[in-house]
Design a protein around this ligand. Structure first.
Ligand code: SF4
Ligand code: SF4
Length: 213
């Protein structure tokens, strides 16, 4: 009732979740990222917020190695709120490793935000290099120290390595393209348990990240 149809909220929303058409305001709930910006710009006080169930956070793992994971409800397109809640839940529990969604969209940015260090995992392919460059831009914008791990080393070329060298980016490790890793992965067995030879490599990645913080 308070809405004056000024359309400031629609102009503000980067996700096109609001449209003002003629004498009506339309809200497309599925497009909303829950940033709250429309409420801030609405001078009429016509916008409120409500709780919205988007998923659950589950806890598992081992007593000395708890594992939390967020699971979106089927049909929920945006994971940012659940990632935000997950981070607030575990942030003070010593060393925390977040497995970020891939890419540079909002969920990945939310996962990286406030991190002490980012380990960017890529593959030595043109596609991997393309995405790596985008992600490097984001972590630099967020001002987070970072390094690169090349996964499935051997399947492509050396352009990722050259890029890291040219950009003075720390190359933390190269994980070989090894069919045994894929087999373990398909069975849900951690690499360091199924192939203890990799323990040293992962410890080195961790130590280099810790030294850089
Ligand atoms: S909800 Fe607020 S900002 Fe949006 S059109 Fe109405 S009055 Fe304007
Ligand atoms: S909360 Fe953010 S994303 Fe959702 S409608 Fe408002 S401005 Fe758009």
């Amino acid at each position: 009732d308070k809405c004056t149809l000024c359309a400031k909220c629609a102009d503000f929303c980067r996700y096109n979740a609001i449209a003002v058409i003629s004498d009506r305001l339309l809200f497309f709930e599925q497009l909303c990222h829950g940033c709250g910006g429309c409420k801030l710009v609405c001078q009429a006080g016509a916008i409120g917020e409500t709780e919205h169930h988007v998923g659950v956070i589950e806890k598992g793992g081992k007593p000395d190695l708890p594992l939390y994971h967020g699971m979106l409800d089927i049909g929920q397109p945006f994971g940012v709120p659940i990632i935000r809640d997950l981070k607030s839940l575990v942030n003070n529990h010593g060393t925390v490793i977040f497995d970020s969604p891939p890419g540079t969209a909002c969920p990945a940015v939310e996962a990286m935000r406030d991190a002490d260090y980012c380990i960017l995992v890529t593959e030595p392919t043109p596609f991997g290099l393309h995405d790596l460059k985008l992600t490097v831009d984001v972590v630099r914008e967020l001002d987070i120290p970072f390094g690169v791990v090349i996964n499935r080393d051997g399947i492509g070329d050396d352009r990722v390595e050259k890029y890291c060298s040219e950009e003075s980016i720390a190359l933390l490790a190269k994980i070989p393209n090894d069919i045994r890793i894929a087999r373990l992965y398909s069975k849900g067995v951690p690499i360091v348990e199924g192939l203890p030879v990799f323990q040293q490599l992962f410890m080195e990645i961790f130590e280099r990240a810790r030294e850089a913080v």
